[in-house]
Design a protein around this ligand. Structure first.
Ligand SMILES: [Cu+2]
Length: 329
């Protein structure tokens, strides 16, 4: 008994040390000192998962989505596909491909991809074969190291987001993360962002859509909402998917111009936000860089990207920021 108690005490100590070491290793990442001081709420989760000695399942429920290729018995496995197609399976706790999924936001599977430099974001909906293979026209828009996220709920299980790296060969010019901005343009729309995410607590983010200087008040429902917001953390692409307050047709949610989200980011640092909205029969994606937590010197992860500035919006500073952020194709 005593031995067992000591052993588990020792194991806990090890986990804490691993956690601390992991945190130190990440000081060079684009995480501000404020994030490190908070790392008891996020960093130790990584450490506890890394150590692999028991408690990993618990820890996995606390770390952000999309960082694990396998969680709670479910594993994402890319499979060979014809040129121009992307295919994968989800294997279940019994090792066999999962073929039964719950519908969430109109779809059984949401596949999100982005390059490791946060460019090239796409959100698509694959089709399921009878053998449990998901197939879709490849959303990978060119060379680079991509992260592919499968966002789904296996029937009888809990919602999961698994992530896997996929390399597309070819010449790649890593792109610096666009500077933080409160306004961006896409497909002729201007989208402005109010609110700043705060690490570890819920923040309201409101995105307002206008076109030719006029508010857009006839947004069209897309996957059961007037907007879908995905946030990816610079450095590890931790994944966050948020749905807005209110549902189309509930009698109190206007169809624009503002769509409000309640979002909680897991740490301080830089994030790329991707807002999908539908108007004129097409889905548009507006992208923003935001810095959560205490504005500070965020050092770019990519050698070529030393330009992530603290969130200090200036009225005249927005013009150049939006367009370069567009990662499509
Ligand atoms: Cu989707």
């Amino acid at each position: 008994m005593n031995t067992a108690t000591k052993l588990s005490g020792f194991a806990l100590g090890l986990a804490a040390v691993f956690g601390a070491a992991y945190g130190v290793g990440h000081l060079t990442d684009p995480v501000t000192p404020a994030a490190e001081s908070r790392h008891d709420s996020t960093g130790t989760d990584h450490g506890a998962t890394d150590d692999g000695h028991g408690g990993a399942a618990d820890a996995a429920t606390h770390i952000p989505g999309g960082l694990l290729v396998s969680d709670r018995g479910y594993t994402m496995q890319p499979v060979d596909a014809p040129a121009g197609q992307f295919a994968f399976r989800i294997s279940g706790p019994d090792g066999a491909p999962v073929t039964r999924y719950d519908v969430a936001h109109d779809k059984r599977m949401h596949l999100i991809v982005a390059r490791r430099d946060l460019s090239g974001f796409r959100h698509v909906h694959p089709e399921l074969d009878a053998d449990g293979t998901w197939r879709v026209e490849s959303p990978l828009g060119g060379p680079g190291l991509w992260r592919a996220f499968a966002d789904f709920t296996p029937t009888g299980g809990q919602p999961l987001t698994l992530g896997v790296d996929v390399a597309v060969p070819g010449r790649l010019d890593p792109r610096p993360l666009p500077a933080p901005a409160n306004s961006t343009t896409v497909d002729g729309y201007t989208v402005t962002l109010t609110g700043t995410p705060e690490p570890g607590r819920t923040s309201r983010l409101t995105l307002t859509v206008s076109r030719d200087g006029k508010p857009v008040t006839d947004l069209q429902p897309y996957l059961g909402a007037y907007g879908h917001l995905v946030a990816l953390r610079q450095g590890d692409l931790a994944y966050l998917h948020v749905h807005p307050e209110g549902t189309p047709g509930d009698g109190r949610t206007p169809a624009g111009p503002a769509v409000t989200f309640a979002a909680e980011v897991p740490s301080a640092g830089a994030y790329r936000l991707y807002l999908d909205f539908r108007h004129g029969g097409a889905v548009h994606t507006a992208e923003f860089t935001v810095v959560a937590g205490t504005p500070g010197p965020t050092t770019g992860a990519a050698p070529a990207a030393p330009t992530v500035a603290p969130a200090a919006p200036t009225p005249t500073g927005d013009a150049g920021h939006g367009a370069p952020g567009h990662g499509h194709n």
